[in-house]
Structure formats: C-alpha cells, structure tokens
Design a protein around this ligand. Structure first.
Ligand code: FAD
Ligand code: NAP
Ligand code: SF4
Length: 682
C-alpha cells in the first residue's frame, strides 16, 4: 500500500472516475495564446499526464473578446479553434489522464481598453477603467459561457473549470465593492450570486450531465467588503444545486494585500477554509494554495478538510510528482519552492512560463535530456545551484560525473537563502539535489578545493567550472572595522548582532538579510496561527473578506536599509513577490534610505551623505549602529577557470557556467537554466 493512501484513492464522479485525488491546477504558461504553440502545449500536458496526475486544468480561456486577460489573449469562441485544442486533449488522453478547460472572464482585471465589469469601477492593479455591462449584455455573456463549454466538449476536454475567484468577473458580481448595479444582478446577495448560478445552469444545459464542471469558488476574498463564510456557503450550496461537479478553492483577490502563494505563506495555510465549505455540501471539494509535498496533501484529505488537492506550480517543478509519491519516492520530488521567479513572474512580464528548479517546464520539446551513446568522464567544480544542476542532468543522461565541492556540504549561496525566515522551502532544493547525487551515482567529493593540476591529471573528458560567487566588499574607509560583517559571515556563522544595524545594499539579499534581522525566534511560515495574526487573516471568515486587525511582532532591533540609487528601495525585486518583501519591511519599521554615498565606518557608526534625485546633497548623517552588514552584490570566483583557460596542455573540454561566468544579476534561475542547457549538450 502507498505511503499516501488518501491521495492515491480513485474518485468516482458517477459518470467518470478520476484515478487519484490530485489535480494540476490552472496556470497560464504563455503557450495558450497562439495556435502555433499548441503542439508545445500538448507536450507540456502529456509529460504531466505520464507522470500520473489524475486531472489537469488548462490556463484560462475567455468566453468572449471582452473577457480577455490581455489584448488578443487566449479565448475559445470559434468552432475553428476546436482542431488545435484536440491536439492537447488527444495527447493527454493517450497518456492516461483527463483534462478540463478553464473558462476565465477577466472582467475589470482585463489588461485591455475594452474590458467590461458589473460596474465601471477601476481595479487598483490595472490601468483600464471597465465599461459597465448592460443587463442584456450580461445575459449574452452567460450564453457565451455556454458556447465556450460546448466548444471545449467538442475539443475532447473532459470538463470545464469556471473561474469564480481571485477577483475576476464572476467575483466582481458577487461583491459590493465592485458591483453597484440596480438590476437583477446587483443589490441583494441573491441578485449578486445570480450570474454565477446562471453561468453554471447555462453550461450544464449546453454540455449534458456527463461532463465535469468545476467551479473555482473564492473561499476567502481577503479584501474589504469581501464575502463572509456564511455567504460563501450559501453560494456553494446553490452551485451544487445548479449542477457543479467539483468545487475548487480560490483564496484572495489579486488586489488583496495579503500574500496567498509566495514561499513565506505556510504550507496548506488555507485548507481550514476549504474544510468549512466541504462540511456544508455533498459534492467533492478541492483544497489549494501552498500544497507542494505529498504529506501535506495526504494530511488535508485524511483530516476530512477536502476530497482532492489542487497543485499548479509543483507540476512545473516536477511532472512526475504523483508517480514518485505513488512509488514511495517522495524524497525524489523536485519541490516547488514557491519562489514565482520563472512561472508567475514570467506570466506578468508576458514571457513564457518555466520553473526555477526545472527549466524544462514549458520547454519540453526544446530542452531535451537525451541519453548519451558514449559516456564521458565529466568533472563539475562547485556544488552550488549551477554545479548541482549540471551534474544531475549530465549523470541522468548517462555520463560518469565527479562533483567537487570545497565546503563540507552542497548548496553554495543557496544554503544562505534557506536560512532566511520565510524561505525554509529552499532547503527542499538542496534535499532534492542530495538525493539526485545518490540516485544518479554522482561521485561527490566534499571538502575538496580542487586545483588545475588535480583536474589535469585525472583523465576527464569534460570539465565544468561552476565555482560561483563571493560577496563584493566595497572599497571605503573603515571597511575593516569590527562593526562590518558580510552577509555571508552573518548567515554562515549565525552571528548575533547588536540592537541597531545598517544594511548596505537593497537588492534581493539586502531585503532577505533585513528580514533575517527583524525576525527573532520562530518563523511565522512554520506557525500558521502566528502568520494569520501577523497578516490579519480571519481564517474562519466570520468577518467580511476574512480580514482582522494585524498583530505585528515588533523587530528585535532597529534596522536601516541603504542604497546608492535614488529610486525607491526594492523597485528591482521580483514582480509578484517584491511587494510582500516591501510590506514586511514596513511592518517591521525598517528605515529605508536611498541616494546614499558611504563615507566611512568608525567607532561612531556608518557615516553617509544623502543626495536627492538631482544629485544635490540633502544631509550628512552618522548612523549610530552596532553593526553594518554588507549586501553590495557579488563577484565571480573564476581563478581556476582562468588558469585552465590559458593552459595549452589540457586534454579536456572546458566550460564555465553560473555565477563564475557572470555575477551581475545572477540568481539561481539563471544558474540552473544555463547549467542544465550545458549538461544537455555535452
Ligand atoms: P554558488 O552558489 O556560489 O556556488 C559555487 C560553489 O562552488 C560553492 O559551493 C563553492 O564552495 C564552490 N567552489 C568554488 N571554488 C571551488 C573549487 N575550486 N573547488 C571546489 N568547489 C569550489 N537566488 C534566487 O534565484 N532566488 C532567491 O530567492 C535567492 N535568494 C538568495 C538569498 C541569499 C541570502 C543569498 C546569499 C543568495 C540568494 N540567491 C537567490 C542567489 C543564489 O543563491 C545564487 O545566484 C546561486 O547560488 C548561484 O549559483 P552558482 O552555482 O553559480 O554559485
Ligand atoms: P543585487 O540585487 O544586484 O543588489 C546589490 C545591491 O548592492 C544593490 O542594492 C546595489 O545598489 C548595491 N551595490 C552594488 N555595488 C555596490 C558597491 N560597490 N558599493 C555599495 N553598494 C553596492 O544583488 P544581491 O542583493 O547581492 O543579490 C544577488 C542575486 O541574488 C540577485 O540577482 C537576486 O536576483 C538574487 N536574489 C533573489 C532573491 C529573490 O527573492 N528573488 C532574493 C535574494 C537574492 P546601489 O548600487 O544602488 O547601492
Ligand atoms: Fe515553483 Fe519557483 Fe518553479 Fe514557480 S519557478 S514552479 S514557484 S519553484
């Protein structure tokens, strides 16, 4: 019997059976918008189907032009589109899984000048004010939902998911903050629910009884004026009566100022809300948000909070998630660390999605790890993300790989990331690579600072230098003062710093270090209740939108964060996660100062000059701090490569990858991607 019997149990829906309780949730990959990408889209879904997932949901397709997320974005409105969708459904069915098409009308979240909504109220996160739909146009839209579902059925889909959460069109009708209509679709809650129910009735009538209809229901809106749990349950029951097969969980509108999926959100944070809905209906209910490993999924179903679990990003990270869980190989799962760096951030930049830990995601037809015909002897120097990815892919392809690491453990700079409160998930990547070293028989040589002579005498065919980066230490008076520490020393030696600290540099690491310094003791990511209290979430949703006053744990020390640029601090952070880091800094009362030049460090503290945007000196200041942590970027470690590069006597192919190649704007996403691509070539 599987270690995870609840997630592996089939689910009988009456007219069809799902082979397990795991759904791959909807994600917009960027392959949905153009017909010529559908073969790649099919390969992407087929790989996940082969990995054992019971049911998948596509990215969102609008039922009409006005509901598009982006101009000329994905929609299913025309019988001519059926053939391209059949390529996807056929591939999925041949691989033994099922797939539903998500119908998503963006409403006022449409990034188009022709978007429409229940009322002409602009959203805080899009520039276009929507046009209010007339009553007639609302009825026409309902019909278009039915047409879209019919076309999905003709395309071979097993069902549809109606997006009724995250603040999109249907949710905009449900809530008074976005609906001030006076017709039968506005006013009382019964009237505001009408659109959702009419859409389901129209779809059920269009597709018959033997077709899955999932409704993604907003169980916690996390915005002022949002629904209460009483209203959510009233809607859930009415949706069941209207013909919904499965109820999926949606948490938070996109404009909510509470994080719902980033790495610092506790695992399964919101499953309690799903549990309340499940207790009130008799159709199966699906839990979602920050579920990434089998034990978490198993516990949710075993505890009775849900019948199924939906995971989206974890299937980008590892298409074989279900297969590995079923075969009791959960420790081989390449865990989604919820960083958003290559998936959601890409979507928001209108780039194709992928995955930081698995660059093959959405590139299944392009990045191929083909087995080798003749194995080579490969040396990889440095076991940071670049070296680990390179060694794993090369060994998986059949090469004989030796991995040298100067330290006593693998991980490189990524080890420090996992020490930041809220980034505990990053340890999973290191766990995964440790397991891959074992599975693929990679010869790991720890505590080995390998030299050019050693590499030359060992008879390697290929040598990959992935020796990474080290902190940049700026040249300034007093940089050797005992008050000054590098981020590396702080995190490696777990130094205890004084009651006031200045952080030099406000990039990703400056922000992470500031979070480290402003938290003490437990990480709220590992303590659901503390996390809910800090962010002001009422998980019972007895209050409107599930909001309550925030109870912020004060910082144990005064922290200043500094940068030389005059732009606002944190502007360069990632699109979908930067706002969370900035919010935490505000909560912890970190003083942010831009336009700084660093004059000197002495016993008094850090002497700075502050200039305005025009370069005019505003102030000279001495920050009377106990310590100064340097987070001023990084420089490449590539002395070994340079020695080998000029050596005429070497008999192997020489490669340089990751931070050792170029330290500017380096992150693990780039390091892993370039290293995997290199390993796919050698
Ligand atoms: P490194 O990680 O520097 O690894 C190089 C390895 O080579 C080291 O282990 C070193 O000991 C070894 N080595 C060097 N010379 C030799 C030799 N001669 N012989 C043997 N071994 C040698 N990135 C993200 O994408 N997202 C994040 O959220 C994120 N957060 C971060 C938070 C912190 C606090 C820090 C410090 C970094 C963070 N990063 C993050 C950055 C990320 O960790 C780096 O971009 C990444 O580690 C670079 O990978 P690399 O393999 O090129 O180099
Ligand atoms: P970074 O983002 O490039 O930031 C470096 C900081 O140091 C900047 O604030 C820069 O601002 C300052 N700086 C640069 N040169 C300096 C000098 N000579 N003297 C003083 N200050 C200097 O790099 P990082 O913070 O070291 O992060 C490294 C990489 O890790 C980044 O590319 C980042 O993507 C990745 N990372 C990502 C995350 C994440 O959450 N996604 C988290 C951590 C790290 P000024 O020049 O204006 O002073
Ligand atoms: Fe998960 Fe990060 Fe990969 Fe996105 S990029 S799927 S969040 S690991």
């Amino acid at each position: 019997m599987s270690q995870f019997p609840h997630i592996m149990e089939p689910l009988d829906l009456g007219f069809t059976t799902l082979k397990n309780r795991v759904i791959m949730g909807s994600m917009h990959t960027g392959l949905e918008d153009r017909p010529w990408h559908f073969k790649q889209l099919a390969a992407y879904f087929a790989e996940r189907a082969q990995g054992g997932v019971g049911l998948m949901v596509t990215g969102g397709f609008s039922p009409n032009r006005r509901g598009e997320l982006l101009p000329l974005g994905s929609r299913l409105t025309n019988p001519l589109q059926v053939a391209q969708h059949k390529v996807v459904t056929k591939a999925v069915h041949e691989a033994g899984s099922k797939i539903c098409l998500q119908i998503l009308h963006a409403g006022r979240y449409g990034y188009t000048p022709y978007n429409v909504a229940p009322s002409a109220i602009k959203s805080p996160i899009t520039p276009f004010k929507p046009k209010e739909l007339s009553t007639k146009a609302v009825y026409k839209t309902i019909k278009q939902y039915g047409r879209c579902a019919r076309l999905a059925q003709k395309s071979g889909y097993d069902g549809v998911e109606v997006m009724g959460s995250e603040g999109y069109f249907i949710t905009q009708f449900l809530n008074q903050r976005t609906n001030n209509r006076t017709d039968e679709f506005g006013g009382s809650y019964e009237n505001r629910m009408r659109l959702a129910l009419e859409v389901i009735r129209e779809i059920r009538q269009s597709v018959g009884n033997e077709f899955i209809i999932i409704f993604r229901l907003s169980m916690l809106d996390l915005v002022e004026g949002g629904s209460t749990m009483e209203e959510v349950i009233q809607l859930a029951k009415a949706l069941e009566d209207a013909g919904v097969t499965l109820l999926n969980t949606g948490i938070g509108w996109h404009e909510a100022r509470i994080p719902t999926i980033v790495t610092s959100v506790p695992r399964a944070a919101f499953s309690e809300a799903t549990g309340q809905v499940k207790a009130a209906v008799s159709i199966p209910v699906i839990a979602s948000n920050r579920i990434n490993m089998p034990q978490t999924a198993e516990d949710i179903i075993a505890s009775g909070q849900a019948d199924m679990v939906s995971m989206a990003r974890p299937f980008l990270a590892d298409p074989e998630w279900v297969k590995k869980a079923a075969e009791d190989r959960a420790d081989e799962i390449n865990t989604c660390i919820a960083c958003n760096q290559a998936c959601l951030d890409h979507s928001f930049e209108a780039k194709r999605a992928s995955c930081l830990v698995n660059p093959r995601a959405c590139h299944e037809t392009e990045l191929l790890y083909t087995p080798v015909i003749k194995a080579k002897k490969v040396a990889v120097v440095g076991a940071g993300p670049a070296g680990l990815a390179c060694a794993t892919v090369a060994a998986k392809r059949g090469h004989s790989v030796t991995l040298f690491e100067a330290r006593d453990k693998i991980g490189g700079q990524f080890l420090y990331a996992s020490k930041i409160p809220g980034k505990e998930e990053f340890e999973e990547t290191i766990r995964y690579f440790n397991k891959m070293i074992e599975v693929h028989n990679i010869q790991l040589k720890l505590n080995t600072y390998v030299t050019a002579d050693e590499l030359k005498s060992a008879g390697f065919d290929e040598v990959v230098i992935s020796s990474g980066v080290e902190p940049r230490i700026p040249d300034m008076p007093g940089i050797d003062h005992p008050k000054v520490v590098s981020y590396q020393d702080l995190l490696e030696k777990e130094l205890t710093l004084g009651k006031s600290v200045a952080v030099m540099g406000a990039g990703g690491i400056g922000f992470d270090v500031s979070e480290y310094l402003t938290h003490e003791g437990h990480s709220t990511t590992l303590d659901k209740k503390a996390w809910m209290d800090e962010w002001g979430v009422d998980i019972s949703n007895s209050t409107s939108g599930g909001l309550k006053p925030m109870e912020i744990e004060p910082s144990p020390r005064k922290v200043f964060m500094l940068q030389r640029k005059t732009t606002s601090l944190g502007k360069g952070l990632n699109k979908t996660t930067g706002w969370v880091h900035r919010a935490v800094m505000k909560m912890k009362q970190v003083e942010m100062i831009g336009g700084v030049s660093y004059d000197k460090v002495d016993d008094q503290g850090l002497h700075i000059t502050i200039k305005d945007r025009e370069g005019v000196v505003k102030e000279q200041r001495v920050l009377d701090v106990d310590h100064i942590v340097v987070c001023a970027g990084q420089v490449s470690v590539n002395k070994l490569y340079k020695t080998l590069e000029i050596d005429q006597g070497k008999s192997f192919g020489l490669h340089l990858v990751g931070g050792a190649e170029y330290a500017g704007e380096l992150d693990a996403k780039r390091a892993i991607k370039l290293a995997s691509e290199l390993a796919a070539r050698i």
